[in-house]
Design a protein. Structure first.
Length: 472
């Protein structure tokens, strides 16, 4: 029998991922993406069990302990990986929830496998949760888990947090098993979103699709109340500030600047290689500014880190081709021997190396077409200390609601992006410092520990049937 915990997190990803190196050796490495970045410090502080997929296929590794977290791996077969993870999660739900910026693909057998795998995660949670435990289910891969888990264990407090946007009703209604997904989420006591509007979409959808009554952010379901609210996620601000101030990171940042040829302006992008992130439009804006003569190679250099992601999904394969073609085009037209215009890095980095890049960069470009939050934007701000630096930020990132002193732009408007980038490049150092200080102050009080605390307090109140302050 598995060890039982009073606090259980259920997510598709574990904080670590088991990979096989080219020499066939098995190794653990930090999992990609913002969900893990945010939850890892929360679980380290809180303790408890983290249920998730270990990254490979076939039998799951045995449970183990990591930095005070009890890790409980769930297995996926190769077929399940293809249908549940690559298919239903990342070729249907991911694009649909991100404003259908790529066309969602609908397949019956993907849905069936999604259901089956969600049942497995629910079963695992039912086994490891102690009596009356708090179970916190994460993200779009596991939307059926709350209802499945409530069926198995009505004694639990069940929370759900969606890390990505929740779509408007018209888009959600495209999904073939929409009512099942909605009922799945309604198995929770509290459903959390990044944005107020998302919570409102959810509550209205419950009435539209299932005819449920609601008052404020509280939905009546089978004689229970389900709360919805906005809980904008954040970063471990103190840890990021500490990392950036580390003399080794500072020295590495100077080295990066020198390696780039000591340009006046380093423009940085750091994203998973994902079509929601607006990497292509950012490259295009840079190319046009070079072509207009507003930026000059040598004076300005762009560094684009594009973390490999979901590489077997077709949308991601075609994106990679397009991005690499654009990088080649820019360097072909504007680069010189030994002086490329764009440095493109399709690799993962350590936290230290990323922090050094943030410290080195004068302008950070975060231009998603749609993003639940975007932690990279917040990490950059936290790393800047008193050195200023400019954040160019899409209005379509959740972070735009909080990072109001950034250079906001509409990523669908190429001239708007170019204009924001040029304003960022030309801004006075004193103004940049002033803007950064306001955003840094916000991040110190709104860090990831505060996010988790606020959600878990609201969950406790919702599960006990008390009326927590409606939050959205
Ligand atoms: P998403 O969750 O969609 O990937 P976020 O911006 O919210 O987007 O989170 C991305 C996280 O992944 C950040 O914590 C960032 O530091 C990290 N990250 C991004 N690129 C890399 C990379 N190449 N190597 C290591 N970590 C990365
Ligand atoms: C986003 C999602 C997470 C996901 C991460 C990385 O942050 O919200 O659920 O874990 O991207 O994607 P991956 O498919 O590699 O887990």
């Amino acid at each position: 029998m598995a060890e039982r915990s009073s606090f259980v997190v259920v997510a598709n990803r574990l904080p670590v991922d088991e990979i096989t190196t080219p020499d066939g050796e098995r190794q653990w490495r930090t999992s990609p993406g913002g969900l893990v970045t945010a939850l890892h410090p929360v679980l380290t502080e809180h303790g408890g069990t983290w249920i998730g997929w270990a990254g490979g296929t076939g039998e799951a590794p045995e449970p183990f302990d990591l930095e005070g977290i009890h890790i409980h791996p769930v297995p996926l077969s190769a077929d399940e990986l293809e249908r549940y993870y690559e298919g239903q999660s990342n070729a249907t739900i991911w694009p649909l929830y991100h404003d259908a910026v790529e066309t969602p693909v609908y397949k019956r057998r993907w849905r069936e496998t999604y259901r089956l795998v969600n049942q497995r995660f629910a079963q695992a949670a039912a086994e490891v949760a102690a009596d009356g435990a708090t179970v916190w289910v994460q993200d779009y891969q596991l939307q059926l888990v709350p209802a499945m888990l409530r069926e198995l264990r009505p004694d639990l407090k069940i929370g759900f947090f969606l890390h990505i946007p929740f779509p408007p009703i018209e888009l959600f209604m495209q999904m073939p098993f929409r009512a099942e997904v909605l009922r799945g989420l309604l198995g929770s006591d509290l459903v959390g979103f990044q944005q107020r509007l998302a919570a409102q979409n959810f509550v209205r959808l419950a009435r539209h699709l299932l005819g449920l009554r609601y008052e404020g952010q509280s939905i009546q379901v089978d004689g229970r109340k389900v709360k919805a609210g906005a809980f904008p996620i954040s970063i471990d601000t103190k840890e990021m500030e500490r990392l950036a101030a580390d003399p080794k990171v500072q020295a590495r940042a100077k080295e990066i600047r020198a390696e780039l040829g000591d340009p006046k302006t380093i423009i940085l992008g750091v994203d998973r290689l994902d079509y929601t992130k607006g990497i292509e439009l950012r490259l295009k804006a840079f190319r046009e500014l070079l072509s207009d003569g507003k930026l000059k190679v040598g004076d300005a250099v762009m560094v684009q880190v594009a973390t490999p992601s979901r590489e077997r999904v077709e949308h991601y394969q075609s994106l990679r081709v397009k991005v690499e073609r654009e990088v080649g085009r820019i360097n072909g037209e504007f680069g010189r021997v030994g002086v490329p215009a764009v440095h493109y890095l399709h690799q993962s980095y350590s936290k230290q190396e990323l922090a050094a890049m943030y410290v080195a960069a004068d302008v950070m470009m975060v231009t998603p077409l749609r993003d639940g939050m975007n932690l990279v934007a917040k990490e950059y701000v936290a790393c800047r200390g008193d050195t200023g630096g400019a954040l160019v930020l899409s209005e379509f990132a959740g972070a735009a609601t909080e990072m109001r002193q950034s250079f906001l732009c509409n990523p669908h408007d190429p001239d708007g992006v170019k204009d924001a980038l040029m304003r960022a490049v030309a801004a006075e150092p004193a103004e940049l410092k002033r803007r950064m200080r306001v955003m840094q102050r916000h991040l110190r009080t709104h860090d990831v520990a505060q996010w988790a605390r606020t959600f878990l307090d609201a969950l406790e109140a919702a599960a006990e049937g008390r009326d927590p302050e409606p939050d959205g």
